[in-house]
Design a protein around this ligand. Sequence first.
Ligand code: SF4
Ligand code: SF4
Length: 504
Amino acid sequence: MSAPTYDLGKLHGGLRLDGKKSQSTAEPIHTIPIPSQLIQPLAQHVGDPAHPIVGIGERVLKGQLIAEQEGSLGAPVHASSSGRIVAIEAWPISRRFGDTAPCVVIETDGEDRPIERAETPPPFDTLPPDFLADKILQGGIVGLGGAVFPTSQKLIQANTCELDYLILNGVECEPYISCDDVLMRERAHEVISGAQVLLHALSLEVCYIGVESDKPEALHNLADALGEADDARIILKQVPTIYPSGGEDQLVQLVTNREVPSGGLPTDIGCLVQNVGTAVAIYDWIHDNEPLISRITTITGDGIATPMNVKVRLGTTVADVVNVAGGYTDKARQLIIGGPMTGKSVTTDRVPVVKATNCILVLSETPSPGPELSCIRCGDCAAVCPVQLLPQQLFWYACADDEKHLRSYGLTDCIECGCCDLVCPSHIPLTADFRKAKGRFRELADEKARAERARRRFEARNERKVLEEQHRLHELAEQKEKAKLAGPAAIAEILKRKRGRDKD
Ligand code: SF4
Ligand code: SF4
């Protein structure tokens, strides 16, 4: 069956970039062997880090819960293979904020023995939707498109809104990254089955799967799988190959022609977006009892001998993945976790692959774009901004640290796509400046939250003191009353007790 096309919404701005994806899509997905050590961070999602429930020396099985969800926005962590816990300690990680984080370290035994699950899972469509959301939480499922937002929380929030559409995001618009493309090629049936689970969890009747036009094999295989599933609720939509059409808000606009309001969410306009990888992770958990312990990752760039896509256990170090891909080439100079536009450079390959790791990119030296010059007000940055911001204005306010204007000019809507940087003839690192300014907003918000918590603690302590004093006076009055009735001996007894207490 060939992939149908539809009238689509239009994306403002964006850029046609050289995808450089064919480097890593020539081979089928390789499976990385179980490494001798797995380094599993407690925070692989937005929200609070998970709380470890295993101790050093303890033996664990594949799929066993090793850290429980903490807080309302957390997700649990499961052992990616069987072995023994040898440490719970800080380890280098790749995260935008912070370079190390507490990790559970498992020395694997090579047996890969799975934990026994009580029973065969019941058919998903016999389960109530809220039960399904809770079950998805227990599987440690988070958004695999990069945001790593706990999926169950997204479903719970969405179920409080008037929803029309589920949208599966198969648009992988950032250069070099091809893990979703190969996933859709090789596991198209599971993408469709995952969509069916999500439709049931959301009590919805329409799911669009958005896939870019430069992925003909994925589109073809999905169309075939859809034909076999014979499920008219799921509709494949081909979207133009333009960066950043895979941004959540941009995809909603392309697929439904609806625009997410500034500061809002897709659920405000009746849409919920999930990544295709997340849909497959849900399928693996709900159908096969396998929690999120592995993912598909692209390893590529001119610094890698054999670029490819790999199925890798979470906690495997980047160094182990590089070895399977034939090692580094002589050109290797930069190691980036993620893509070239939104990824993060790291200085060590000891960092582990985590739920968010969609790409390991090793590049040669990038030629310097040239010295930063003054803004010439050409307006090119505004023309390409997919959020219709005015990056040149934002840049001036960021330089002046003018929070009020940064907010009114929509800095918080900036998706940090980097399009404005690429076109700026003055080589101004606009996105880095916006990232820093947003970081300052976050720090201010954290500071305010800390001050608010301190204020509440202070008030609670004062209230407690008042209550204690009232209680003490009440007790004293009672004792005096008793003493009046009991006579001098009782008064002496009270005095003795009071002196004893005062000495204490
Ligand atoms: S593209 Fe660069 S030079 Fe042109 S207006 Fe934007 S910031 Fe200024
Ligand atoms: S980085 Fe932000 S301001 Fe620049 S083009 Fe992207 S969304 Fe617009």
